[in-house]
Design a protein around this ligand. Sequence first.
Ligand code: BES
Ligand code: MN
Ligand code: ZN
Length: 503
Amino acid sequence: MKVKVTKSDLQSVSTDLLVLPFSSVDLNKEAGQALAEIGFDVRVLKDFKAEAGEVVVLYGGRTEYSAARIAILGIGEGKTIDDWRKATVSFASKATDLKIEKVAVDCSRIEALSAATAQPVATLVAALVEGCFSGSYRFDCLKSGKLDKKSSGEKSKGIAELLIRVNSGVFDEAEKGAVDGKIIGSCQKMAKDMVNLPGNHLHAGDIAKAAMDSGKKYGYEVTVFHKKEIEALSMGGLLAVNKGSHHPPTFTVLDYKPKGKVKAVIALIGKGVTFDSGGISLKPSENMGEMKSDMSGAASVLGAVEAAARFELPLHVIGFIPATDNMPGSTAQQPGDVITTYSGITVEVGNTDAEGRLILADALSYAKEKYNPDVIVDVATLTGACIVSLGYAVAGLFCNNDKLAEEIYQAGQQSGEMVWRMPLWDLYGEQIKSDVADVNNTGGRGAGSVTAAKFLEKFIDGHKNWAHIDIAGPSFTPKGSGKVNGGTGFGVGLLVELLKKWS
Ligand code: BES
Ligand code: MN
Ligand code: ZN
């Protein structure tokens, strides 16, 4: 998507769709006048309430206007960045459904929006660009069009060109915002694509390759440990989960170092289970296909490290991605097995479906031991229990440091990728005690997302600044929930916001 900021009059801009945003407050005053100016009777807005995301597409109007269509866009009361985000996603989605490629958005009143939302113009413009990426996102790369030429033969190109009109006073700020939005938007798109690729199209090796490609393109170092090296490192958790698979595991380390001074060393760890069948503790078949999304944590870590490199943040950011699928079979690990992880800690595998924590255990200990980072954040689709607690929009946050927890909470509020803190009290540790090993990988029925976090905590070797983010809910929107189905890219926006805060 090409993004351009302009100061020139929109009357002369030839575009497929000219978007005019209005708040419900503007509706009576400004909208009527603006519409009259372009040749529409105000009555076309009779049923328009300017709710955030409401779009009315108009055809015709005064011929001096070069735009082929006009979209009147509701931005709610125009007081929150969330409403603004919602609106931008909405018109971009509409434009994409109409197969429109060139869009211009009139942001002539963005100064007022900036004042009302208490957000800098750059942030609002970045949100607009992100919203365009998000709303125009379609996953149709696996459609051949052989059966239904009309709907799928022609693959969606999304919005190819976005023009943003602002007043000259905020031009520079808007341009900066546009660049930021493009980086975040494209990293989110990359994450979504990975999440949406099914298990037979994305194996552990493909995640490693995606990281290598990104590293080459944006100038950071990527090291891939293959099965032999993973064995040499004695990563018993990752190897145990991989036992039932026909595809070798990978452990990928993405290492971005800034040219200048390093303000902090940040380790980001992402769960990369390319498909989670549950293993011998097989999952029920209903909706099992959604477990192609069990590498969402890996996707958001890759997106965040790439974004850090493209923003040239003054941080040393290292991403760690343990990857494998989790399959049953005669060679698969069995419930009751006792394995030895990278740290030397032994684990009784009470349930082979609690595989995420086994591969994260190795990655956490490795990251802590080799890099001694200032902060460790892991992101994982770890438990169904977290969905029961917080639903599909919000991630669970588990953190052993109040300051870090507050920073992550705030980054969630700002990015729109919200988290809610859950406890890590020691009493929950009782549930994962094992009779035969150091720890059990399952903790029984109650507080499943907390006992999973307590398990991970054992592998950070006393690190004082660690957070675990359980994204099982918000990483994937299941069918029928109303929004675009599939991967959401959740985590990229949150992590980038956090990294920028530390920069
Ligand atoms: N990948 C799943 C968690 C999950 C469930 C993510 C639903 C997204 C949607 C994880 O590996 C898992 O199976 N967890 C088990 C743990 C249990 C066996 C202790 C769970 O949540 O049931
Ligand atoms: Mn599982
Ligand atoms: Zn899983």
